[in-house]
Design a protein around this ligand. Structure first.
Ligand code: BDR
Ligand code: CA
Length: 313
């Protein structure tokens, strides 16, 4: 039986790849909907981009629900400097022929999870605003949620500020709500995603697949790979496929290693705002609230992405 799945995202180049990996696993996932949130680019663009990616994959049957424009308490911080002004630089996708559903993403989450007959897997690829608001509107929706897996956090260096990963930093209050909701999520942060470096050879191999999905992905990531190969070894990696790691974990968890731990999120101090405080050694004796992943089989990951892109139009 296929696994009911909702993806909450802010496409975003790497979100787009994650959506494509999910769409390629058609027999595995029953994709109930794609929710969008303001993040990498403003909400109108993340929503348009989700529609474009579904159309690229020939899956306009999957509904898109536009969600929150802004984080709960803070102004939105976008990431055009990585993703380009439209969020999907290089993909060159035509304007979508479809429109988002009339229902707000938070309403969709609440209604779907309230009525769920089977546990629904939630995959989050952006700031956690939609899921936090849904949990605030109706905490009982937890009963409808099966597995929760999120791209977010870092145990070491940040990518948007020194101390924090982008998705958590943009809406730290939402991240704290979600982490404290008893969902026991799996967190895939920069400790994992900074290992999946885009080499020119890897992206050229994707270009060689020849499907239109693979071509769009290669067009988005080849410029990053070219810059990456000119960087010194300890530089911040460039334009990574963070979000597809979430789908890779759902499809092939054996590619990853991690540990159940307690994770706190800093929401008060400006200096350390959005930091994910991971008690890896259990020094606080606090009850674990998440599983934080640290290891990934990088070749296995790229093989999965390539196999997925080969299965799409
Ligand atoms: C995360 O931030 C976004 O820019 C990416 O899409 C990814 O979800 C990486 O920190
Ligand atoms: Ca994202």
């Amino acid at each position: 039986m296929s696994e009911p799945l909702i993806i909450d995202c802010d496409p975003g180049q790497d979100d787009a790849v994650a959506l494509l990996v999910a769409l390629a696993a058609r027999e595995r996932f029953d994709l109930l909907g794609v929710c969008t949130v303001g993040g990498n680019v403003p909400l109108d663009l993340t929503t348009t981009n989700a529609l474009k990616v579904l159309e690229l994959a020939g899956r306009t049957d999957v509904p898109v629900f536009a969600g929150c424009q802004n984080p709960l308490m803070r102004p939105l911080v976008t990431a055009e400097y990585v993703m380009g002004n439209d969020g999907l630089a290089g993909a060159e996708l035509p304007p979508p022929r479809t429109a988002p559903a009339a229902t707000h993403a938070v309403q969709f989450l609440v209604e779907t999870l309230r009525q769920a007959e089977r546990p629904v897997t939630i995959a989050t690829l952006g700031p956690l605003t939609n899921l936090a608001l849904a949990l605030a509107m109706d905490p009982s929706i937890r009963r409808g949620i099966g597995r929760t897996v999120m791209m977010g956090g870092t145990m070491h260096r940040g990518n948007i500020v020194p101390q924090a990963e982008y998705n958590i930093y943009v809406d730290p209050h939402a991240a704290r709500i979600v982490l404290n909701a008893g969902l026991d999520p799996v967190l895939i942060g920069l400790d994992v995603t900074h290992q999946v470096v885009n080499t020119i050879a890897r992206i050229e191999a994707i270009a060689g697949i020849g499907t239109r999905a693979a071509t769009a992905v290669a067009r988005m990531f080849l410029p990053h790979a070219r810059i990456q190969e000119g960087l010194p070894p300890d530089a911040k990696p460039r334009g990574l496929m963070h979000d597809p790691c979430v789908l890779a974990w759902l499809l092939r968890p054996e590619l990853f290693g991690g540990r159940r731990v307690h994770v706190g999120v800093e929401t008060d101090s400006e200096v350390t705002l959005g930091a994910t405080v991971v008690d890896w050694w259990g020094v606080t004796k606090r009850e674990p609230n998440a599983t934080v992943l640290k290891e990934i089989d990088v070749e296995g990951f790229f093989a999965l992405v390539s196999e997925s892109l080969a299965r799409l139009p």
